[in-house]
Design a protein around this ligand. Structure first.
Ligand SMILES: Cc1cc2nc3c(=O)[nH]c(=O)nc-3n(C[C@H](O)[C@H](O)[C@H](O)COP(=O)(O)OP(=O)(O)OC[C@H]3O[C@@H](n4cnc5c(N)ncnc54)[C@H](O)[C@@H]3O)c2cc1C
Length: 352
């Protein structure tokens, strides 16, 4: 769609704010700080179930050496520190939700709708979506699409949905192991399958999983899922195959494949923005896209000389915030202030 052609009024259940931020990666998080200093309130949407974007999803334990003033810290530590820094501003997070559609309202504001049915309304939208949204890798099993969302799930949004079910989990990383451990007490039966008897997950999770197997509370097979059997999207059984090509059927009515994530631009491609090679061109004074009120910061934007570095995104967030202020508070003057010397900024930060 290009929902921008529509001019409806906001949904009655909409949550109103100053700025909607798509993406809670490092740049979306720092944007909360810069906007917060100017008294602008934010709601953030991220398809992941936690903040940090690439830093926590792709390299939580890798050291980063080029954050100014901090000689070394990991992706997770940077995220934790950013969360501490933005605490005074009470941003609202909508995790596990995909920013799905953007609509221009008759009053000039924007309505962002998520795939979970949340509607956010604000005069400014900041796209800090990095390379796009992390989407689960679909295993190559014929006909799996028909079961997705009904009995095949790539994420666990509500554990209760799986209570009393015959659950099969596939994968060897942290998600597969964490959900094996968490769902074991509530599933009727839980089976973990992985193509080898070695795991990429945290050692303590692997140890706990093996304890559960030894206690007879779950089953583990070195095997892969070859076929799904069921009707109308409701899984009844699966065909498993061992490394030596032996096949057998086993009952299962919920299947959770955890084979990692890939990055796709996703619905942002349909927001009606002027994209260039899946990036959003911006001006370098405000980091606004060619659509007024829509800004793009961090890895998602493009301009002459762009460097996909965290420090570049931080700079972009600061300039974006100044421009966003004038849209959100058209009748107010903006005074440039330093956090070191402004008592009003220090009050906002809770340090004065
Ligand atoms: C292995 C590795 C090492 C790196 N090392 C460094 C380094 O040492 N120094 C450095 O400066 N940079 C480094 N980088 C790059 C750095 O991680 C990125 O520049 C940075 O993460 C960009 O931040 P961002 O907030 O723009 O995007 P991201 O971190 O990609 O976050 C974007 C967020 O938006 C969400 N999102 C996207 N689309 C949607 C949607 N439609 N709905 C909901 N949510 C959505 C995503 O789920 C994601 O959480 C490294 C990158 C990698 C992969």
């Amino acid at each position: 769609m290009n929902d921008m052609t529509a001019t409806p009024i906001a949904e009655a259940s909409s949550l109103e704010t100053d700025v909607i931020i798509i993406g809670a990666g490092p740049i979306g998080l720092f944007a909360v700080f810069e906007l917060g200093l100017l008294d602008l309130k934010c709601h953030l949407v991220d398809i992941l179930d936690r903040p940090g974007g690439q830093c926590t999803e792709l390299y939580p334990e890798k050291p980063i050496y080029d954050i100014p003033g901090i000689p070394v810290l990991t992706g997770q530590e940077l995220t934790d520190r950013l969360l501490t820094q933005i605490k005074p501003f009470h941003a609202q997070f909508h995790f596990g939700e995909m920013a799905a559609a953007l609509t221009k309202l008759a009053d000039g504001r924007w309505q962002l709708s998520t795939d979970a049915g949340t509607n956010l309304v604000a005069p400014v939208v900041v796209i800090a979506a990095g390379g796009g949204s992390f989407v689960p890798k679909r295993p190559p099993i014929a006909g799996i699409e028909a079961y997705e969302g009904k009995s095949v799930f790539y994420a666990v949004r509500k554990m209760e949905q799986l209570r009393g079910r015959d659950v099969l989990i596939a994968g060897g990383g942290d998600s597969a192991l964490d959900w094996t451990i968490n769902l074991a007490p509530i599933a009727k039966r839980l089976t973990l399958v992985h193509h080898r008897d070695g795991f990429r997950a945290a050692q303590h999770s692997v140890n706990r999983m093996r304890e559960l197997v030894n206690e007879g509370r779950i089953d583990f097979h070195v095997a892969s899922v070859k076929a799904l059997h069921g009707e109308d999207g409701q899984l009844e059984a699966v065909t498993l195959a061992s490394a030596d090509k032996k096949e057998w059927q086993q009952s299962a009515n919920a299947f959770l494949p955890f084979f990692g994530l890939t990055i796709k631009l996703g619905p942002i491609a349909n927001f009606g923005l002027n994209l260039h090679e899946n990036l959003i061109p911006v001006d370098t004074a405000k980091f606004e896209s060619t659509t007024p009120g829509i800004f793009a910061i961090g890895d998602i934007n493009s301009y002459a000389g762009k460097l996909k570095l965290i420090l570049s995104g931080f700079h972009e967030a600061a300039l974006m915030a100044q421009a966003a202020f004038h849209i959100c508070r058209p009748n107010e003057k903006l005074r440039f202030q330093y956090t070191t010397s402004s008592s009003s900024l220090q009050k906002k930060l809770g340090v004065a």
